[in-house]
Design a protein around this ligand. Structure first.
Ligand code: ZN
Length: 309
């Protein structure tokens, strides 16, 4: 943190860094497409020499129109990537000394949006896929879990006996209509997909996947023996939600928590926090801006999502 604060102590330093991320191949004017070297204007804008447009490096990103100085944003993002077990709004509020919990919560949700890179590549190879319920009454949990049941589908890449990368999504119901689009969005055709005998997966072969089905043969075997990687990931996810968020994840916000878990899980072997920080800022440059009212709206599910089957 001290090193970060030294390097990114000013708005100009942060903007210069973001410019490097956004225009990695050199400046390109968002209005006219000119690649001529821009002039800095008041340390905030870059003026295009071809059309005189004042380009802002934060326009069209999660930092657009923020009233918070960028050094504070950088500190928030640094803090998020260094929380090994996930970031809570309360923790962020404390560390930045923010006046309101709501502000911290909104920031976290903005930062979470940057955890999914637009156009990220799909999983390939051998993949386990299964659905599971989150929430509701869990064994050994007494009154802590405050969200109702939500259905999610999880894909885990096999990596020898271990787990490679993962993807997950909340779905309205376990039908082919929900499961197959998920598979097509996150897994390369030609991959081998390993599922249980559920009918919702029957269409996989027709969509260009090799489909391996395992069914319970002995009464002693459990679902987690069939698809051990998915079930390992699900138990880690449940523990994470209980531990970091004290179970206080409403189904309306679940999508974002799934994104954060996925971001952290897929980078769990990356020892360098600097790399995570860089990756998150890089994504932040690529995802569009989001207003508080849109976060509220989208988590209320008015965007056409159904939850709680
Ligand atoms: Zn221009």
């Amino acid at each position: 943190m001290p090193e970060l604060e030294k390097r990114f102590s000013t708005e100009e330093a942060c903007r210069a860094y973001l410019s490097q991320l956004r225009w990695a191949d050199g400046f390109c004017c968002p209005r006219c497409g000119s690649r001529k070297e821009p002039w800095p204007v008041r340390g905030t804008y870059l003026q295009c020499p071809a059309c005189a447009h004042h380009a802002s490096v934060t326009a069209g990103t999660i930092f657009e129109r923020t009233r918070t100085p960028l050094p504070i944003w950088f500190r928030a993002i640094w803090w998020v990537v260094t929380q090994k077990n996930g970031a809570s709004a309360l923790g962020l509020q404390r560390v930045l000394g923010l006046g309101s919990y709501e502000t911290a919560w909104t920031w976290l949700h903005k930062i979470r949006r940057a955890m999914v890179r637009p156009g990220r590549d799909r999983l390939s190879g051998h993949i386990e896929v299964d659905e599971t319920y989150l929430g509701g009454k869990e064994e050994g949990v007494h009154g802590r879990e405050t969200f109702k049941k939500a259905l999610i589908v999880v894909a885990t890449q096999e990596d020898g006996n271990g787990i490679g990368r993962i993807r997950m999504r909340r779905i309205p119901e376990a039908s082919a209509k929900s499961l197959l689009p998920f598979v097509e969005d996150v897994i390369e055709p030609g991959s081998t997909i390993h599922t249980d005998g559920w009918l919702g997966y029957v269409g996989l072969a027709a969509r260009g996947y090799a489909h391996e089905v395992s069914v319970l043969k002995r009464s002693k075997a459990s679902a987690s023996d069939l698809l051990p990687r998915v079930h390992r990931v699900v138990s880690l996810l449940k523990r994470w939600i209980l531990g970091t968020h004290h179970g206080a994840v409403s189904p309306d916000h679940l999508d974002y928590y799934l994104d954060e878990f996925t971001f952290r899980f897929n980078r769990r072997s990356s020892r360098s926090r600097g790399k995570l920080f860089y990756r998150l800022l890089q994504n932040a440059m690529a995802v569009g801006p989001v207003a508080y009212k849109d976060i509220i709206k989208s988590v209320r599910g008015s965007g056409g999502r159904n939850h709680n089957p």
